[in-house]
Design a protein around this ligand. Structure first.
Ligand code: AMP
Ligand code: MG
Length: 350
């Protein structure tokens, strides 16, 4: 199929883009669009047939459920009957925004988007493009990240184009996204609620609202045999570049020296190497492709650049990537969660 690509201009001309996109959604087609987290690939979330197309375009396993995106609190009434007091508090604090909540689903919500589960994931995004699209489509929009399953999530329209051209009806180009990591997910069907995926809304932020918050033990560790992550999608290899990625953790100077040594060794063997570095460590690296993803003083920049850097190494044909580690506090927890998954948990601890 031909994929239409249209660029938002923040002018009245955008009106026509939203009209066209909403029409595609209402007819059961696929539209990719920017959100505040990463680019999403959306379809009518109340239609099993439309949802099936998302799985086909991404090559996503059908037991990996989708997130339903809504624009108003009242849209939730069609999706769930059970909103706990804790859920209400979280929504008041963090919606619209990068927080996904898991609820018991009403029967109208098709099993085709919940991976057969009785529960459903819901988020109210803050990005004006997707909010506009939801309103005009008159439905909840089911949307996972707009990448081929297993690849790093798209943070620019160009990334979506690489993966989805010819497989979807339309791509709305809204430039680079603001956050760059997928939403935080909290399961509200258990008591106390449980964090299933870390994101921009951090554990300390959530605990200010729900003191008792539990954390899925499988989050930062490699899943032990028989221990299943609670979010079905978290069991798959994710965010993975084509190169072999190794994280080196330890005292910053020592870790940088070790990375430089390992990368040099690979280069001597004739491989193309990439290094994920920070402003603080730039001086340690002298060969191969070095990418500075930000400064350690500002984790938001690091989060925003992570997936783009992984994709860039794919383009370059990098064979071995070495990355510094980050603190597991606050936003660092989400950054390390994605990095560890991208590395298939290959980490050297000095
Ligand atoms: P993505 O949209 O690609 O960010 O993936 C959505 C994530 O939400 C996946 O990791 C899913 O496993 C998770 N998710 C969606 N629905 C549920 C649910 N009902 N229960 C637990 N996790 C869910
Ligand atoms: Mg995804």
């Amino acid at each position: 199929m031909d994929t239409i690509i249209r660029k938002l201009t923040a002018s009245p001309d955008d009106e026509d883009i939203y009209q066209q996109a909403a029409q595609i959604i209402r007819r059961g087609g696929l539209v990719a669009f920017p959100t505040e987290t990463v680019y999403g690939l959306g379809a009518d979330g109340m239609s099993e047939d439309a949802a099936r197309k998302i799985y086909a375009a991404k090559g996503r396993p059908t037991d990996n459920p989708l997130i339903l995106h809504i624009a108003d609190r009242k849209d939730l009434e069609r999706i769930t009957d059970k909103v706990t007091e804790d859920a209400d508090k979280l929504m008041k604090c963090f919606w619209p925004g990068p927080l996904t909540l898991i609820f018991e689903k009403r029967k109208e919500v098709p099993y085709g988007i919940t991976g057969g589960l009785e529960t459903v994931a819901v988020r109210m995004p803050s990005h004006p493009a997707i909010r506009e699209l939801i309103r005009r489509s008159g439905t909840a929009i089911a949307a996972p990240s707009a990448n081929t399953s297993g690849r790093p999530s798209p943070t620019m329209a160009e990334h979506v184009w690489e993966d989805m051209a010819g497989k979807i009806d339309m791509l709305i180009d809204g430039g680079s996204v603001g956050i760059g990591l997928e939403s935080t997910i909290v399961d509200m069907t258990v008591d106390p609620p449980m964090l299933l995926r870390p994101g921009y809304i951090t554990v300390p932020m959530l605990k200010r609202v729900i003191e008792q918050l539990q954390i899925d033990p499988s989050l930062m560790e490699e899943a032990a045999p028989g221990v299943k992550p609670k979010a079905p999608g978290m069991k798959y290899r994710h965010y993975a570049p084509k190169a072999e990625l190794t994280i080196v953790e330890g005292d910053l100077d020592k870790a940088a020296e070790e990375i430089e040594r390992l990368a040099e060794e690979k280069r001597r063997q004739g491989y193309r190497t990439g290094i994920i570095a920070t402003e603080e460590t730039r001086k340690f690296y002298h060969g191969g492709d070095v990418r500075i993803i930000g400064t350690r003083q500002d984790e938001e920049t690091i989060a925003r650049h992570l997936f783009a850097v992984l994709r860039e190494f794919d383009e370059l044909g990098t064979q071995y990537i070495f990355s510094e580690a980050f603190s597991q506090q606050d936003l660092g927890q989400a950054i390390m969660n994605r990095l560890l998954k991208a590395a298939g948990h290959q980490i050297i601890r000095l």
